[in-house]
Design a protein around this ligand. Structure first.
Ligand code: IPM
Ligand code: MN
Length: 360
């Protein structure tokens, strides 16, 4: 099988973690009989510096032609004051829209070796394993009218039936492969768009009788995630609410540097670590490559439908952490702190090991 990947390393630590991810992808692809062709492109500040735009048509076309896109990270203080459409973030939003990546899957899973790295108590956190499923191409991020004049600024939160139905179906499908619970999060006590969301999700739920659907207001959900995160399985929510809740969910795991994500559409898919570009440690070989590597596991599962390869990568990461190796950001007493490249090498070695154990 031939497979086209467009890596978009981006800014800050993006290039370092992308390199790690591509190495793991190349190794696992080889084991799985997949021939990879790479078409790397600039994005974000890196693209702005060279071409005066955060996303060139060439880069966009490379993504449209690819079977999957891997994104490192975009943004940095250097580009914060640029006009809206020139900011690195604008490239990301355009990419999501143009590729039709409406379903953003952000798992919040606690690694047993990092239970005490969280700001939450161990007994609150232990066993936490849920997914924030965020609608990614609609809602207030893209709604019209939008704008500002000297007197006011305005945005519009709008969802069509079609947009809600397709993301709701993804939620029920994912829950069907997990603990069979969907929690739809909205603000239906105030917003009409949320009342419409809630009714539309309830109608789709009829097609999935084996899944339990409940609803929660977003303010309560934010509170419940820190109070009792174990209660959640799949959180289904809109673009803005998902942006906020996924940051909370990421933080409580105590390991933002370890969380992967996938953005899926009808024709395209993009994989990226949840963390940002961390300009303060960029270029120092200190970045944690785990989130990027686990994003490759999501790629194997979602794009190749190869759950076994995904599990091998996850196990390899787990084994490396169990052995006490980690990057500086997640170091605890007794940790063996190593660099990005060393950590990647360790995980690759473990992939090889786990892979050959499974063949036996
Ligand atoms: C994210 C980010 C983006 C978002 C920004 C960088 C545009 O915060 O992926 O969560 O708001 O979606
Ligand atoms: Mn965000």
């Amino acid at each position: 099988m031939d497979f086209k990947l467009t890596p978009l390393p981006g800014d800050g630590i993006g290039p370092e973690v992308t390199k790690a991810a591509v190495q793991v992808l190349q190794f696992m692809a080889k084991q799985s009989g997949i021939t990879l062709s790479l078409n790397e492109q600039l994005i974000g500040g890196a693209s702005y510096e060279k071409f005066g735009t955060p996303l060139t048509d060439e880069a966009l076309n490379a993504c449209l032609e690819a079977d999957a896109v891997f994104l490192g990270a975009v943004g940095g203080p250097k580009w914060e004051n640029l006009e809206h459409h020139l900011k690195p973030e604008a490239a990301l939003l355009k990419l999501r829209k143009e590729l039709g990546l409406y379903a953003n899957i952000r798992p919040a899973k606690v690694f047993s070796s990092f239970l005490n790295a969280s700001s939450l108590k161990e007994d609150v956190l232990k066993g936490t394993d849920f997914i924030v499923l965020r609608e990614l191409t609609g809602g207030i991020y893209f709604g019209r009218p939008r704008g500002q004049d000297g007197e006011k600024g305005w945005n519009t939160m709008v969802y069509s039936k079609h947009e809600i139905e397709r993301i709701a179906r993804v939620a029920f499908e994912i829950a069907g492969r997990r603990n069979k619970k969907v929690m739809s999060v909205d603000k239906a006590n105030v917003l009409e768009v949320s009342q419409f969301w809630r009714n539309t999700v309830a109608a789709i739920a009829k097609d999935y009788p084996q899944i339990e659907l409940t609803n929660m207001y977003v303010d309560n959900a934010a509170m419940q995630i820190v109070r009792d995160p174990k209660q959640f399985d799949v959180i289904l929510t809109s673009n803005l609410f998902g942006d906020i809740l996924s940051d909370i969910a990421g933080m409580i795991t105590g390991s933002l540097g370890m969380l992967p994500s996938a953005s899926i559409g009808a024709k395209h898919a993009m994989y990226e670590p949840v963390h940002g570009s961390a300009p303060d440690i960029a270029g120092q070989n200190k970045a944690n490559p785990v989130a990027a590597i686990l994003s490759v596991a999501m790629l194997f599962e979602q794009t190749f439908k190869n759950k076994q390869a995904a599990q091998i990568i996850e196990q390899a990461v787990e084994n490396t952490l169990q052995d006490g190796y980690c990057t500086e950001d997640i170091a605890q007493e007794g940790s063996k702190i190593i660099s990005t490249t060393e950590m990647t090498k360790m995980v690759l070695k473990q992939c090889e090991q786990v892979y050959s154990d499974e063949l036996v």
